[in-house]
Ligand binder design. Structure first.
Ligand SMILES: [Mg+2]
Length: 391
């Protein structure tokens, strides 16, 4: 089996923000197939193509995406050779919402200035080969979309991948763990939360329709950010309101990616927040590591001793004091620091101090005094109390 390790992205020093985009009607105003391809295979009206394709799916219990892929291939017969190159070429004609072309460079720079690496991913039910033909193809770290298997002449013969709205979510886990290759089984391995490359809290999902809901919901429920976009020309916010009402998204904005636009402001604010958040997260991880290393370097016995001392310090009643003293008595040897601490507690905690002359507590402290090389003020005070109590 192929070793995917070289295709994996590993966690790096800089935090990563991953922006995941749906494609059709999120980055591009129309479905990609409608921007030249459907017309080229003889449909005047794109709606007619979708009607036939959806009916094919319906009648045969077929996945809608597999149905449109089949139809694309079928309708090309006698008109064009259905190759990778044909699809790529059609991708070149795909148009974008305002500001899309300048968006990536600007957002990347914004992130860089704040110590955050920004990466872009497409997760689309459309065709990978068409997206690869677009002007923005190079901006993406990875394009997850439906695709064909091509024979040695480059002709599409079979679907290779089909991305539909429910399986869209699996790619978010790939991005999270850096196991980007579609067949990398590493996506199922469990990672220490600190080792995750792009935690969900650093993910932004941008989409426009019901098919984006599973991804939006997943990102949002794990602390990330989901944004719905709507067409800036029609300004129809019905879908955005619905998603907001149902708690799928945190934000919505027109699909206008221009500088200073609503979407630009939202995404930059998320980057700002991530930068601050990750600074704190880094401190937390460092502190926890220090504590864990400390624990590892200490013997089990040392750890137990300090926990016992802590319980005595925290004792809020005589019963607990007696219980802890019984355990403390089993310890054979105390360091100077430990016994000094026990003397301090004996004077400062009233729930210990009040029972100093009880037999068990008294004998514990007497032994401690006897084995101490030098006595602190607290130890001297305890010694006095014990002597006064007689016997
Ligand atoms: Mg869409």
């Amino acid at each position: 089996m192929k070793d995917y390790k070289d295709t994996r992205k590993l966690k790096e020093e800089q935090p990563v923000v991953a922006i995941c985009y749906d494609f059709d009607k999120t980055l591009s105003p129309e479905n990609m197939q409608e921007q030249g391809y459907i017309q080229a295979v003889g449909y005047e009206n794109a709606a007619e193509f979708w009607k036939e394709s959806n009916a094919l799916a319906e009648e045969n219990d077929m996945d809608q995406n597999l149905a449109y892929m089949y139809m694309m291939q079928l309708m090309a017969r006698g008109i064009m050779v259905f190759t990778k190159a044909t699809l790529r070429k059609k991708g070149e004609d795909i148009s974008f919402f305002p500001g899309v072309l300048e968006w990536f460079g600007r957002i990347n720079r914004y992130g860089m200035e704040r110590g955050v690496k920004v990466e872009h991913y497409v997760i689309s039910s459309g065709l990978k080969e068409m997206i690869e033909g677009t002007k923005i193809a190079e901006e993406f770290e990875k394009i997850y979309a439906s695709s064909f298997y091509y024979d040695n002449k480059g002709v599409a013969v079979w679907p290779a991948q089909v991305v539909n709205y429910t399986n869209k979510t699996q790619f978010l886990f790939r991005i999270e763990k850096g196991t980007l290759n579609i067949n990398d089984p590493g996506v199922n391995e469990s990672y220490d939360p600190d080792e995750v490359r792009v935690p969900f809290r650093n993910m932004i999902y941008i989409g426009d329709s019901d098919t984006d809901i599973p991804c939006m919901k997943l990102v949002r429920s794990y602390g990330g950010h989901s944004i719905a976009v709507y067409n800036p020309t029609t300004k129809d916010k019905t879908q955005a309101y619905k998603m907001m009402r149902e708690g799928r998204i945190g934000y919505y904005a027109p699909a206008d990616y221009s500088e200073g636009g609503e979407l630009d402001v939202i995404v930059r604010s998320i980057i700002d927040r991530t930068a601050a958040n990750e600074k704190l997260e880094k401190i937390f991880v460092e502190k926890r590591k220090e504590q864990r290393d400390m624990d590892e370097n200490r013997s089990e016995e040392d750890r137990e001793k300090s926990e016992l001392i802590l319980s005595l310090d925290n004792s809020r009643n005589y019963a607990t004091t007696h219980l802890v003293i019984a355990k403390l008595k089993k310890v054979v040897k105390w360091t100077k620091a430990e016994s000094d601490e026990l003397f301090r507690i004996g004077m400062e905690n009233s729930q210990v101090n009040g029972v100093l002359s009880d037999y068990d507590v008294k004998s514990f402290y007497q032994n401690l005094i006897q084995s101490a090389k030098s006595l602190t003020d607290h130890a001297k005070q305890i010694k006095e109390i014990l002597e006064r109590s007689g016997k």
